[in-house]
Each structure stands twice: as structure tokens, then as C-alpha cells.
Ligand binder design. Structure first.
Ligand SMILES: Cc1ncc(COP(=O)(O)O)c(C=O)c1O
Length: 324
């Protein structure tokens, strides 16, 4: 079998990137107190294999399933869905590629949808929603009314929602929480699923976890994720990102880039010309090509600090000068 490999922003095997607009990690992170806890994590001992204290801290008791990041949670829940009778997987399009990949490798039909109203199951489904969505940064307007479906809301970017409130989750919905992006700690592979109840899917997903799926550092990150000072730090970060994002949008508009609206610090943009990405990369500036999201000619840009925005602007001017 030809391996199916995901495509992501971030490290690409080339020289280190000075100004990385290609990942959605919060450039302001990590919060200092949480980082200290991660650095002080006791690596000499196994974590509690049942993560009892952590599950209590996260507030959902045994319904919490720690995962080695959101990506591992997506794979595991897709397998649990298959083993409990789900026969097709609905994924947002454009959307995070791992949902479709996880289904594909298990031979499950993938059904892309653009709008929640387009979801029309033909067999018992697993349905992924991403709120707010990667790569668009758009919020889900309403939840689907699919009482028979296994519905999961990926909340990877909920802590980075810069405006608007999500509608209350309907009962029976699974949640995927992976705060490492909002905390600027994507190197720590830690997240969790919250099951709506202790049903067959929950049992499968729990049984499929390798022992100690979450590292000591991961336990430290998740233990402090809901701390008041972490949440206060995040609120402050959102305000800063809001201001930086507005400046970055103005910069790109001034260069003739088309840009879509979003409620997150990242959004989709279309440069006025097609050959920019490798030339920016040569100049130490990386953007995420959106072709793998089904959007050739588009890029996903994340908000970066003023110095990086200036570097982007200089690189664009340099390319323009080269071509004049
Ligand atoms: C929407 C979404 N969900 C989940 C993930 C998985 O992230 P991680 O495995 O680092 O938690 C990502 C990573 O980019 C993502 O964009």
C-alpha cells in the first residue's frame, strides 16, 4: 500500500524559518507559569496510567480520554467509530486533512461537506465539525440535527476565537480539545476527547489507547490548561492577536491580496501572483499553501508579530524589485 501522509504547515525539513506564518500556533506562547510546570514535569516515573487526577481536573471524570494530541485522538476515535458500526465519515471541506486521512486508511468512505445542511448520511456516520474551522477560521453557525450520528466537534481553535460565541453544544456531542496550539506549545503532544457518556464508542476509544498515551509533559500542560492564570494569559493574548491581525490584513490588502473573513488569528488569502511561496521561503518567510485543502492559488496565513510582518513586507518588496 502506498502510504497516505498528511500535509501540514510548520517544519518542512528545510532550513529553520525565521518568520513562520504557516502554523496556527499562538506566537505569543507559551504562558510562563504553564511552561514552568511543563519543564518541571517528572519524567522519571510513568504518569498514572488512568490519569485519574487529570481527568478530575479537566472536569468530566471518566468521560475524559487523554490523547497524544488532537491528531492521535482523531485516529483513535475514527477507529472506535468503525468498530462500533459507523460506515461513512463526513468531513468539512475545506477542513483539517487528518479527518479524511484517518477514514481513508481504514477504508471508510469520506463524504466532504461545505455546509452543515449538506450532511445527508446514507449509512451510520461519524461526522466531524471544526469550530472554528481550520483553514478558514470560520465559526460553525449551527450544529447539525443528526441524533443517530456520532458527531465530534474539534475545538482546537476555540481558545483562539477572537470574536463571537459558539452556540451551546447539543447533547450527545463528542468534543476534541487540543490546547497546545493556543498555548504555543505544539511540540507537546497532548489533548483530550470528552465523550458525552460512557457508551460503546467511549469504551472502544478508551480500550484502543496505548498505555501512558500522554507523556509527563502532556499531563503538566493539560493539568494547568484550565488554571485561572492560563485563561487570563489567553484572554490577553487574544487582544494582542486581534490588533496584530488587523495590521497584517491591512498589509496584505495593500499588496493586492484577496482575503477571507475569519474569527481566528489565521485566515485564507490569495496572493495576486502564483510563484510567491518558494521565493518567500528562500527569504525566511513561510506561508501554508492551501492546495491540499482543495484551494490552489490560496494560502493560509497566521497572525505573526509586527517584526515578522515587516519581514514579510520586505520580502514581498524584494521579490517585486527582482522582477521589475
Ligand atoms: C483542526 C485541528 N485539529 C486537530 C489538530 C491536531 O493538533 P495536535 O495533534 O497538535 O493537537 C490540528 C493541528 O493542526 C488542527 O488544525
Amino acid at each position: 500500500m502506498k502510504p497516505l501522509l498528511p500535509e501540514h504547515g510548520g517544519p518542512d525539513g528545510g532550513p529553520a524559518v525565521a518568520h513562520d506564518f504557516s502554523t496556527n500556533a499562538n506566537p505569543l506562547g507559551p504562558p510562563p507559569a504553564l511552561m514552568q510546570a511543563v519543564q518541571q514535569a517528572d519524567r522519571r516515573a510513568y504518569p498514572d496510567p488512568h490519569y485519574r487526577a487529570l481527568r478530575e481536573r479537566l472536569g468530566h471524570g471518566e468521560r475524559v480520554l487523554p490523547t497524544a494530541g488532537g491528531a492521535e485522538g482523531i485516529r483513535r476515535l475514527t477507529l472506535a467509530a468503525l468498530l462500533t458500526g459507523r460506515r461513512e465519515v463526513w468531513v468539512p471541506q475545506p477542513g483539517f486533512g487528518d479527518y479524511a486521512l484517518a477514514a481513508q486508511v481504514l477504508g471508510l468512505p469520506v463524504r466532504p461537506y461545505a455546509r452543515v445542511d449538506d450532511i445527508r448520511p446514507r449509512a451510520p456516520p461519524l461526522v466531524w465539525l471544526c469550530d472554528p474551522c481550520n483553514p478558514t477560521g470560520e465559526a460553525v453557525e449551527r450544529w447539525p440535527d443528526l441524533p443517530e450520528a456520532l458527531v465530534v466537534v474539534d475545538q482546537a481553535y476555540a481558545p483562539l476565537r477572537l470574536h463571537g460565541e459558539p452556540p451551546a453544544l447539543p447533547p450527545g456531542t463528542w468534543q476534541l480539545v487540543c490546547p497546545n496550539k493556543a498555548l504555543g506549545l505544539t511540540g507537546v503532544r497532548a489533548g483530550y476527547l470528552v465523550a458525552p457518556g460512557t457508551d460503546a464508542v467511549w469504551g472502544q476509544a478508551l480500550s484502543l489507547a496505548p498505555s501512558w498515551v500522554l507523556s509527563a509533559e502532556g499531563v503538566a500542560l493539560l493539568t494547568h490548561w484550565l488554571d485561572d492564570d492560563t485563561q487570563a494569559w489567553l484572554a490577553h493574548a487574544r487582544t494582542t492577536l486581534h490588533g496584530w491581525g488587523a495590521a497584517q490584513r491591512a498589509l496584505l490588502a495593500g499588496q493586492g491580496w484577496e482575503q477571507r473573513t475569519s474569527c481566528t488569528p489565521f485566515w485564507l488569502a490569495r496572493p495576486p501572483r502564483g510563484d510567491l511561496l518558494p521565493r518567500l521561503r528562500e527569504r525566511g518567510v513561510q506561508l501554508r499553501d492551501a492546495t491540499s485543502f482543495g484551494l490552489p492559488g490560496w494560502v493560509r496565513v497566521s497572525t505573526q508579530p509586527p517584526a515578522s510582518q515587516q519581514a514579510l513586507q520586505l520580502a514581498l518588496l524584494d521579490i517585486e524589485g527582482e522582477d521589475a
